[in-house]
Design a protein. Structure first.
Lengths: 263, 337, 275
């Protein structure tokens, strides 16, 4: 109840703070307009043409099904990566041996371009959901893993000793001691992974599937329809922004309230 | 004094006249271009262009003739707009698309008249209807081959969604891999991928594990049968972009040289294949030679092929207008000599 | 009588010996103070008694349950409210939420924490309030043995005095054993039944001092005088690295309380004793 009240009370301030973000986005659109004037409509359509194409896609009902398919794949892969990465990172952070062993693996995974995984995934999973979900999973796992690993290892050892002195059971240690601290490292990692998941899902669909935004992008590309291609890209970026700022940011602010206290 | 003046004026007029004649003469016997760039995809339509570059066939109008390949529609678009090439070989529907989007493309001729085949493991299937109920791998979803399949199926009363199981794959390479690994039995391919696939599965080492592949349905024959026309599809040709469009002498020279090179390629398929494989490393000489034999190469000027082109475009337009860029191209699209 | 017993404790960090031959007893209901210079191993000894470190050589018998530890730093969890921090030990024991919040509130108010501070995060409290919260966290468990590591270092003299009285009252009422580390001689004299003087490098106990009378009954004047005497004793001065006693302040004899040097193999006892 108190939480709900606090959310509502903070809502106007949060929305108002959106002006800054909106202003910066509009600057980007202005630069885009400039580039469009210079390059011509076949290479870089103007923002208005793109938004008109986007509107066409939405009103014709073509946009939502593809967005839903891509969103489903991206979020599924992300959830798997976030779950596995957080758990494994936490465990690795607790054990010196595990974290030493894990570091080169993580570098390996981070260094491999997602497209390499895509080729393998296409062989294993074919043209269905499996390919994009697997590729997203592999691309996002190391990011989350490192966040959780770093978070777990940097917990102040004073607090760890205090927890031992007061004989906190393992469940309390996990929920009251490690998680709130690790959350500060995990959240940025999850947000990065969210962005990656959409990008990688679209890329996987571009090459491997016959539905989803990526596949639609492949078709508009072969039709040389640049404004439709850009419209699809806008649709993806728009959904990503909406997800991040409507959902993740408020949650992050709530969890990080204790940091701002006392300043 | 009077006669000297009039002599001077006459001389002046004569001189002026001579100068004017001289200028026109120069314009007609145009300065050779420093170079002319020909571009083409990894397909048979590029073979004559490569021959022209190898033999400097356009020496009369250009000091240097060069060939440069293009691989995907984005590259093609950049070349067409960026004055990086003068004459480009491309599929006919792509040319129409570019024209409709204002890229200033003029179609000079149609050179390949049909290269679509259903490649299959089952030598018994010879017509499209024989593949009913089967899974077919189709590359390039939404592109011309896909639409052709849909067109031909619809015209025969088949529903491409219900009567076939279409499996879309990103590129012909994937389709070939699926065939070789026996994950799929049939694939829709265009030359030269068809010849590549057949050659590959007959050669070592792939031949050890790969199944035997055959040319199943000839989609050109299907087209002729269901539409009551000649079994020829105006599939690809060459188009001019940029400044050369304003130079009829150049365009005429290009078309003549191209027609000569087509004849040479048909007469010497293996040498032509070697030339092409040297420039485009995706292809092998033998595969190119096979493809030349089956692709119905014939350089037909655009105006002469107009009826076929209009019919072909009308069919595609009815299926998916976006393939042609939203409208049927007007008359200025076809080059008038 | 139950007592925390340490016998023959040796401890080293790598090659460096930190504690050597330490023997000590903390009987039930008694307050023992450990004084010594910084770095003499007092904190290590406390952690060993608390069970946070395993003794490398020697024996520790700790029969008291429950026990509570108060660290040198408040060590409150920054993401929980002060009240939840105080209730932490109770939550670890499995007490229900409403009940443990009630106990925590009582303990906090008893130590003089203002009610609004209980809902705030530790970062919003002053150093003194954080120390009191840490003390409340320990006391709310009603421990039989309370281990304290320089607990009142961050407090001003007035607050420190208040908390001394509170601690003594609580200790008397509940009969808990207390092992207190401090480098403040006056605090040791005021609070403890037994003061153990430690020297550094390696850490060892060099003397025992029992201030006169019961802790609650010691007045300020007595405490000052005993502290002065203690501070002038050559052993104490040596342990803290201070120069020898000034002549005009006496000869370093202890007139109040009971002084006894502690014998050890390497450091034979000083035979001087007192009344």
């Amino acid at each position: 109840m108190k939480l709900l009240w606090r959310l509502l009370r903070g809502m106007p301030a949060y929305l108002w703070s959106g002006w800054g973000a909106a202003a910066s986005l509009l600057l980007f659109v202005a630069l885009w307009e400039l580039g469009a004037g210079y390059y011509g409509p076949l290479i870089l359509p103007s923002p208005l043409a793109t938004f008109a194409a986007l509107q066409g896609l939405v009103t014709s009902g073509a946009a939502w099904p593809e967005l839903a398919v891509t969103a489903r794949r991206a979020l599924l892969g992300l959830l798997l990566a976030a779950g596995a990465g957080s758990a494994l990172g936490l465990l690795a952070g607790l054990s010196m041996t595990a974290s030493m062993m894990a570091r080169p693996w993580v570098t390996l995974l981070l260094g491999m371009p997602p497209i390499a995984w895509l080729v393998l995934a296409m062989l294993w999973f074919g043209a269905g959901d499996g390919t994009p979900v697997f590729t997203v999973f592999v691309a996002c796992l190391p990011v989350v893993f490192i966040g959780a690993l770093q978070g777990t290892r940097t917990l102040d050892h004073h607090l760890k000793d205090m927890a031992r002195a007061y004989r906190l059971p393992w469940r309390m240690r996990l929920l009251d001691l490690y998680l709130p601290h690790v959350a500060a490292y995990l959240f940025p990692a999850w947000i990065t992974a969210l962005g990656s998941s959409w990008k990688v899902a679209v890329m996987a669909e571009l090459l491997a599937t016959s539905d989803g935004v990526g596949a639609a992008l492949a078709v508009t590309r072969s039709h040389l329809d640049t404004s439709a291609s850009l419209a699809w890209i806008c649709a993806v970026v728009g959904s990503l922004l909406a997800l991040e700022y409507a959902l993740l940011e408020p949650v992050k602010r709530e969890l990080e309230r204790w940091r701002g206290a006392g300043t | 004094m009077q006669p000297a003046l009039s002599l001077n004026r006459r001389t002046l007029l004569c001189a002026a006249g001579a100068l004017a004649l001289g200028r026109t003469a120069t314009a007609n016997a145009a300065e050779p271009l420093p170079r002319i760039v020909l571009a083409g995809p990894p397909a048979i339509v590029s073979a004559p262009l490569i021959h022209m570059a190898e033999t400097q066939a356009l020496a009369s109008i250009a000091t240097r003739t060069e060939f440069t390949p293009w691989r995907d529609p984005d590259q093609l678009r950049v070349m067409a707009l960026g004055r990086k090439a003068d004459v480009l070989a491309m599929p006919s529907n792509v040319a129409a698309n570019l024209y409709n989007r204002g890229a200033g493309v003029v179609l000079l001729n149609i050179a390949t008249w049909g290269a679509l085949w259903l490649v299959t493991r089952d030598a018994q299937r010879k017509a499209l209807a024989d593949f009913r109920g089967e899974e077919i791998a189709v590359p390039f979803r939404g592109d011309m081959p896909d639409l052709m399949l849909q067109l031909l199926a619809a015209k025969q009363g088949l529903d491409v969604r219900r009567d076939f199981r279409i499996r879309y794959v990103p590129t012909p390479m994937e389709a070939m891999q699926l065939l070789i690994t026996r994950r799929v039995s049939h694939a829709l391919l265009s030359e030269p991928a068809v010849s590549m696939a057949l050659r590959k599965t007959q050669s070592f080492p792939v031949g050890l594990i790969a199944p035997e592949l055959h040319r199943g349905a000839d989609l050109q024959q299907e087209w002729g049968r269901v539409f009551q026309r000649a079994p020829r599809i105006p599939q690809a040709g060459i188009a001019a972009v940029g400044a050369v469009r304003e130079q009829p002498a150049v365009l005429a020279a290009v078309q003549q040289a191209y027609a000569r090179s087509v004849a040479w390629c048909r007469a010497h398929p293996l040498e032509c294949g070697r030339m092409v494989a040297a420039r485009i490393d995706l292809l092998t000489p033998e595969a190119v030679a096979d493809a030349i034999a089956t692709s119905q190469m014939d350089a037909v000027p655009a105006q002469t092929a107009r009826a076929d082109i209009d019919f072909f475009f009308a069919q595609l337009f009815a299926r998916d207008p976006a393939l042609l860029g939203g409208k049927l191209p007007d008359a200025a699209f076809l080059h008038t000599p | 009588m139950t007592a925390l017993q340490v016998r023959g404790l040796h401890h080293a960090y790598g090659p460096t010996p930190v504690l050597e031959g330490v023997d000590l007893d903390v009987p039930a209901g008694r307050i023992v103070a450990l004084v010594g210079p910084s770095g003499c191993g007092k904190t290590t000894l406390l952690h060993l008694c608390a069970g946070l470190l395993a003794p490398q050589q020697g024996r520790i018998a700790q029969p008291f349950a429950p026990s509570a530890l108060m660290f040198q730093q408040p060590r409150l969890l920054p993401w929980m409210s002060t009240l939840d921090n105080i209730a932490l030990g109770l939550k670890a024991q499995g007490m229900a939420r409403a009940e443990r919040r009630r106990h925590a509130t009582e303990a906090a108010l008893a130590l003089g924490l203002p009610a609004p501070s209980l809902a705030q995060f530790p970062a919003e409290l002053s150093g003194g309030m954080q120390s009191r919260a840490a003390l409340a966290r320990a006391l709310v468990l009603a421990p039989r043995l309370l281990l304290m590591d320089e607990p009142f270092g961050a407090l001003d003299v007035g607050l420190r005095g208040q908390l001394h009285q509170l601690l003594l009252a609580r200790q008397a009422a509940q009969g808990m054993a207390v092992l207190l580390i401090t480098h403040d001689l006056m605090e040791a004299v005021r609070l403890a039944d037994t003061v153990l003087v430690m020297a550094a490098a390696p850490g060892r106990i060099v003397a025992r001092y029992e201030p006169p009378g019961a802790a609650l009954a010691r007045g300020d004047a007595l405490v000052y005088r005993c502290t002065a005497e203690l501070q002038q004793h050559p052993e104490v001065r040596a342990a803290f690295g201070l120069p020898g006693p000034a002549q005009e302040d006496g000869d370093g004899a202890i007139a109040h309380g009971h002084w006894q040097p502690v014998a050890s193999a390497a450091h034979p006892a000083d035979s001087r004793s007192s009344c």
